[in-house]
Ligand binder design. Sequence first.
Ligand SMILES: Cc1cc2nc3c(=O)[nH]c(=O)nc-3n(C[C@H](O)[C@H](O)[C@H](O)COP(=O)(O)O)c2cc1C
Length: 280
Amino acid sequence: MGIDVPLVNAPMGGAAGGALAAAVSRAGGLGMIGMGSSATASQLTAELAHVADLGRPFGIGLVHWVMSERPELFEVALDARPALLSVSFGDDWAWVSRAHDARVRVVTQVATVDAARRAVDAGVDVLVARGLEGGGHGEPRVGTLPLLCEVLDAVDVPVLAGGGIASARGLAAVLAAGASAAWLGTVFTTCTEALTPPEARSAVLAADGDSTMTTRAFDIEQGYHWPPTIPERVLRDSSREPTRVNAGQGVGMVVDTRPVAEVIAQLNDGAGELLRRWNH
Ligand SMILES: Cc1cc2nc3c(=O)[nH]c(=O)nc-3n(C[C@H](O)[C@H](O)[C@H](O)COP(=O)(O)O)c2cc1C
């Protein structure tokens, strides 16, 4: 992929716009522009302006049911020639060959080893083993580490690890296990370059790792067509009710607002140190 540090920002609707993606790619990782439940092609076009003259690889992430309802999102994404196109949370794979015809490599998030095998059989180039600890939407089936280890043993394509990784320790753990890179969401939501609104930032910064839950309440309320098996992990309030703020179980390690470059340097250098220690 031509990246220098083994970090990919998860495509997060409402948080990972073009500015965040550009900053991640400039810092040596792979920046992904995320388009969520309410995404439109014109929003994607606007966010793509941030990576137009980047001179570094970048990616785009779509949600399968959203792309099915608004197919122009897929067309705009392919026209942008991303180094990696992510389409997650669907079971129909017709989009894979269309992306390959356009010479675009594709990735999808999987929650079980069976789903990993199905995705590889469908021609997906890269997988994200996305554990139940992860923030935002995802199928809460298996924890990140056991899922990653099982998927790595089951498939031959590169596997990234996502869900609950928010520190150098988590990054070192998944790299040591054999992941090609980490797929990080929550840790980037409070970065200077993120689109996250101020109240959500404050909630993430104040939360600890025990303050998340999964819910479908807001998707049902909004009439979004998420499959029933795919809730979102959000922060809960003091009455243990869900809030609208998406966050994973690594949220307790997210304690300040900094530029992406600083966060990436700390994660990458820290993981390098830990892995060298383990090597001796
Ligand atoms: C604020 C937020 C928004 C998200 N939006 C999307 C999205 O639009 N599309 C998507 O594929 N995944 C989305 N996700 C899930 C991420 O792709 C990823 O699975 C998750 O962030 C990884 O776990 P972590 O948050 O613990 O790092 C979102 C996650 C968060 C935290």
